[in-house]
Design a protein around this ligand. Structure first.
Ligand code: ATP
Ligand code: MG
Length: 194
């Protein structure tokens, strides 16, 4: 069992996340990619992140039609800040025998060495760094045998930009799946002050 792990805040999930996961699934022959919405992310303590249940449900809506995509609650059900090392430990315990491939964009990959228990991370999973417009993809300083770099179709989309667009009354159609556009509007997400 080869299991991809796509961690993220997903506030909201967008087509950049979905294309990255789909490309890596196909190129590495993964049996499944599990999307793992974070609880309170430790890098984003300074900004108000939307309630976990909204981010979880948007991720479910966005991935529902892909038979290889699933969504896990491990991070949102764990109290406290989310650290990737805990995500990987929990998934390991839930899926004994699965080989884990943690998928991450170039921006996040560049920071991995600053993550909690960085040394242990590379023992728990292989890391797949994907290209992301605006960031340089490099494995500098990361263990070469545990990190793969993968070019994926360039999607210049970020959740930050999607939130700002909604706040400004601009469209997010085609940046996020249709069901996510409708979910955002139904629950009046991203309308408040920044
Ligand atoms: P925010 O702007 O709120 O930080 P984001 O768009 O960066 O949101 P995250 O939830 O922070 O989305 O990212 C989750 C993972 O997806 C990270 O590894 C990130 O690098 C990757 N990712 C996000 N957007 C893209 C994209 N357009 N192309 C490739 N990878 C992406
Ligand atoms: Mg981000």
């Amino acid at each position: 069992m080869r299991l991809g792990v796509m961690g993220g805040t997903f506030d909201p999930v967008h087509h950049g996340h979905l294309v990255a996961a789909s490309e890596v699934q196909a190129l590495l022959g993964l049996d499944e990619v599990v999307f793992v919405p974070t609880g309170q992310p430790w890098q984003k303590e300074e900004r108000e992140v939307s309630p976990a249940e909204h981010r979880y449900l948007m991720t479910v809506v966005a991935t529902a039609s892909n038979p290889r995509f699933t969504v896990s609650r491990v991070d949102i059900d764990r109290a406290g800040l989310t650290y990737t090392v805990d995500t990987l430990r929990d998934l390991r315990a839930q899926r004994p025998g699965a080989e884990l491939f943690f998928i991450t964009g170039a921006d996040a990959l560049a920071q991995i060495l600053s993550w909690k228990d960085a040394d242990e991370l590379f023992g728990l999973a292989r890391f797949v760094g994907v290209t992301r417009p605006g960031y340089e993809l490099s494995e500098l300083g990361l263990p070469a045998d545990r990190v793969t770099l993968q070019e994926v179709p360039a999607m210049a989309i970020s959740s930050t930009d999607c939130r700002e667009r909604v706040r400004a009354g601009e469209p997010v159609w085609y940046l996020v799946p249709d069901g996510v556009v409708q979910y955002i509007s139904k629950h009046h997400l991203y309308r408040g002050a920044p």
